[in-house]
Design a protein around this ligand. Sequence first.
Ligand SMILES: [Zn+2]
Length: 303
Amino acid sequence: MLMYGFDVGGTKIEIKIFDSEMNVLDSWRVPTPTNDYSVFISTVQQMVAKADKKFSDRSSVGIGLPGVIDKEGRVTTVNIPCLCGKQLLKDLVQTLNRNVGLVNDVRAFALSEAMARENYHSETVLGVVLGTGVAAGLCINGQIHLGKAAVAGEIGHSCIHATLQQKYQFPIQQCNCGLLGCYEKYLSGSGLLFISQHLGFDYVNTRDIVNDLNCDNPNAKEVISCYLDCLGQFLAQQVLAFDPDVIVLGGGLSNIDFLYKEIPHYIEQYLFGDLKSPQILPPQHGDSSGVRGAALAGRVENN
Ligand SMILES: [Zn+2]
């Protein structure tokens, strides 16, 4: 049986058709209807119908999207306003006439990486995405841990540690979530630029910082050293909370090669005794991990 994975973003919906070995057989994308719920539902329905027809199949459907999806399948997302408050899971199950896996895209990323060959035998895998936002997914024995309100993994909205705030004299920033001092404001792509600005440098995009870092530029080194210090403290807290076998990083900032060599040292300085950092790995499936994880979540719903 094939699997259909959907990656729903604020601008496009992508479908990927996987075989049972997770090979991609086909994929296409369409613009996301963001303001009309019924058009959104019919768009997904048409994509599924096209795939069913093309592959003469009636495959499992898994959908990953940004935002919080509660256990009843109700969605809260800023990127696709028409989905907010809607019983998306119930409506999709009814419309598509099959079980559907509906999962937050970062949790989907974590599932994909937990099921990847290299991590398959790890009991606990924490996937941490450092991109536009900062969030995570915890997989235990190949299953996503959602928690009571399905917010397990929203660690980007925990508060920056007092030691970091004092050490760097960071202002406590207001986060879009309504809280103050969220790690996301310091560890996301814009967080890295904030750190650069705070240290007195005028970088306007993260690519320039990385390029300068590769040329041993002292300004870029200072920015990245501060960023890694914050990331090390942040990940050390996750180690103390979850003690994962492996942490897989994703998102735009996970492409900084330098990070993997340095980060264990930064983590360990915030762990007590002789505690060691778990393995910190780059993603095995890169940007495809979200849609791959969504497909896997769909398969679970149809087993
Ligand atoms: Zn926040």
